[in-house]
Ligand binder design. Structure first.
Ligand code: ATR
Length: 271
């Protein structure tokens, strides 16, 4: 039998951490797999390139920005989560065709599982693809959700698509909501550039008991998290979500839940 072939596809893909994570597990968990690859696929070539990869024997693909919607359209069958989000981050190729899953919501939920946030008030900043995954997870956790985005129409669309009843916040209603939230999650790309400010909220309104989460993991502590920490808040970056969504994909392909432990953090260069 041939070794399993897996990879992540996206554009750009050079800086993806997924190969480090998966290759650590491939070695540690003793699964029968080739080295996990990263492959640049341009949006306009999606069908052609993915078709070729499948012909080459790839049976597991992670899909990242900007290809998750293309991957959704490509699948013969999808999970309920992927179907609701209309976005796929994990392709599984078998004799029945191509199956699409989205492990991002579960990755997010697992990353905050110990924080006791069920049914609490949570604020989401942004309404793009990542916000959809976060809102999906918070809905599962029965949280009371508020969403703020520069472009309000995208929040309305998100709520309609996901069947979520959330408070759609405006610049004037946002900061009162900040003050009564147990969780604030930044899903916007603000802060991705080193020292780039994210001043969407008034940090003085944050309660010290609020957990502040930024999905950005590089830089590892955005100015958004630094400001929140100054207010006494606990903070978290997006690395645990990345690792947990990867673990779910790994399990789908190799039927094994991989260890998330100190060795993995060492392999990723995280103390
Ligand atoms: P992802 O897949 O990472 O979620 P995305 O779908 O492109 O990426 O979403 C990016 C999010 O960052 C959006 O909510 C976007 O706001 P708009 O919907 O108004 O575009 C938000 N965003 C990006 N740059 C921003 C900026 N300068 N100020 C405020 N929000 C910004």
């Amino acid at each position: 039998m041939k070794h399993k072939k897996t990879a992540v596809i996206g554009d750009p893909i050079d800086h993806s951490l997924s190969p480090k994570i998966h290759n650590h597990w491939i070695e540690r968990e003793g699964v029968d797999s080739d080295t996990y690859q990263k492959i640049n696929v341009k949006k306009e070539n999606f069908d052609e390139d993915v078709g070729r990869l499948i012909e080459e024997g790839y049976s597991g693909l992670n899909v990242t920005v900007p290809l998750k919607e293309d991957a959704y359209k490509y699948c013969h069958k999808t999970s309920v989560v992927a179907g609701t989000l209309k976005a796929v981050n994990t392709l599984i190729v078998n004799e029945d065709g191509v199956y699409g899953e989205n492990t991002d919501p579960a990755g997010f939920q697992k990353s905050i599982v110990n924080r006791n946030l069920g049914s609490k008030q949570c604020l989401v900043l942004g309404a793009g693809g990542s916000a959809r995954a976060v809102v999906f997870a918070l809905k599962q956790m029965r949280c009371e959700i508020g969403i703020f985005n520069r472009t309000r129409e995208k929040v309305e669309l998100l709520c309609d698509d996901l069947g979520v009843e959330a408070t759609i916040l405006t610049e004037s209603s946002l900061n009162e909501f900040v003050g009564s939230s147990s969780l604030v999650v930044n899903t916007t790309s603000l802060g991705q550039q080193k020292n780039e400010a994210n001043n969407l909220i008034n940090f003085n309104n944050l309660k010290p008991s609020t957990h502040v989460y930024d999905l950005i993991y590089n830089p590892s502590k955005t100015t958004f998290l630094q400001r929140a920490e100054k207010n006494g808040c606990t903070v978290q970056n997006g690395l645990e979500m990345l690792i947990n969504q990867a673990a779910q994909s790994f399990n789908l392909w190799h039927n094994k839940i991989p260890a998330i432990d100190k060795d993995l953090m060492l392999a990723l260069g995280v103390k």
